[in-house]
Design a protein around this ligand. Structure first.
Ligand SMILES: [Zn+2]
Length: 339
């Protein structure tokens, strides 16, 4: 929902800060050799020079495929689409349309095996996820993405082997249509299982890519009838009608419908009630935060950092830049504004 700025370093779950170029180096060190070795073993029939030339190009540009920035990925997709078009329009006696399709499928299967996404998930991608440390789903901001169970060593350092980390990645450009992008760092979007499952193979343009665009600012959550919240008649109801304003971005609207965001968020009525209370108590909270309240209570709130204290009082991250730090931050911010 909130895009990731690739110019800014990431603070890993292990407490170490890394620039994206360092994460890229780590990514190549983990995967390039094995993928290249497996790709080199792929054989292609002489009667399919189109596939041969694609494959040669792939092998020569491994770095670009594995760590090319998001804008590079559609270039590879266009190239592959061009190859497929050429293949399909050049059938002959030796290459019947059926044989062509069979060879395309077989080549794609070999690519899938060579890039070995499923195996890499357990053997290294978790380590990358710990470094990227995106805590909430970049599509919905409703769920957490990463579970890190690594324990500190004797010196208190977190051992970053990733073996106890569990992460779900969505392939922004789907891996069944484009297996050569199945292990591209910037095609792997930290997401929750629901979004990963729902988005599936639906294609979207680069503008909705979480490492490229940022749709949090275009999108607004609203609830249809905020007055109903304080009406005792509705206290037992555990559903509400959420509206999503996509700011006129039709593709964003399609993505939200595809992920069933409206329906999923309709279950957070309890959060909305709390936010309404927070809004009501805002002058009181601000008095506490300004320190003028401390004298009356005898509490010394200076021992807490003001950001944590603010968050404790209001109950959510209220700065847009912090949306990805906790589920429902975007929703909470919009509700707070609506009241
Ligand atoms: Zn999600």
């Amino acid at each position: 929902m909130k895009g990731i700025d690739l110019k800014l370093p990431r603070l890993g779950a292990d407490g170490r800060e890394r620039a994206w170029c360092d994460i890229e180096k780590e990514f190549l060190a983990l995967f390039k050799k094995g993928i290249k070795r497996r790709l080199s073993k792929i054989t292609i029939k002489k009667s399919y020079p189109e596939l041969k030339s694609f494959h040669t190009h792939l092998l020569r540009n491994m770095d670009e495929v594995l760590i090319g920035k998001p804008e590079v990925l559609p270039v590879w997709i266009r190239y592959w689409t061009f190859i497929l078009k050429n293949l399909r329009s050049n059938s002959s006696k030796k290459r019947s349309p059926r044989a062509i399709e069979k060879n395309i499928s077989s080549y794609m299967m070999k690519l899938t095996n060579a890039f070995a996404y499923k195996r890499s998930r357990n053997e290294g991608l978790n380590k990358i996820a710990v470094m990227i440390n995106v805590k909430t789903c970049l599509y919905c901001n409703q769920n957490y993405t990463i579970v890190v169970g690594n324990s500190p060593d004797d010196k208190g350092n977190i051992v970053l082997d990733g073996s106890q980390a569990f992460i779900e990645f969505d392939h922004f450009f789907d891996k069944s249509s484009f297996p050569f992008l199945s292990m591209s760092l910037y095609n792997l979007i930290p997401a929750c299982a629901q979004c990963n499952h729902k988005k599936s193979n639906n294609p979207y343009s680069l503008s909705l890519h979480p490492y490229w665009g940022d749709y949090a600012s275009q999108l607004t959550f609203k609830i249809k009838d905020p007055d109903a919240l304080t009406n005792p008649k509705f206290m037992k109801i555990d559903l509400m009608e959420v509206e999503i304003d996509d700011g006129g971005n039709a593709e964003l609207g399609r993505l939200m419908r595809n992920l069933a965001i409206k329906e999923r968020y309709s279950r957070h009525l309890d959060i909305v009630r709390e936010i309404e209370i927070a809004k009501y108590l805002q002058p009181y909270y601000e008095k506490i935060l300004s320190g003028s309240f401390m004298g009356e209570t005898g509490c010394n709130l200076e021992i807490f950092d003001s950001e944590s204290l603010r968050r404790y009082l209001y109950g959510f991250y209220n700065d847009e830049k912090d949306i990805n730090k906790r589920p429902l931050s975007k929703f909470s911010q919009d509700m707070f504004r609506q009241f």
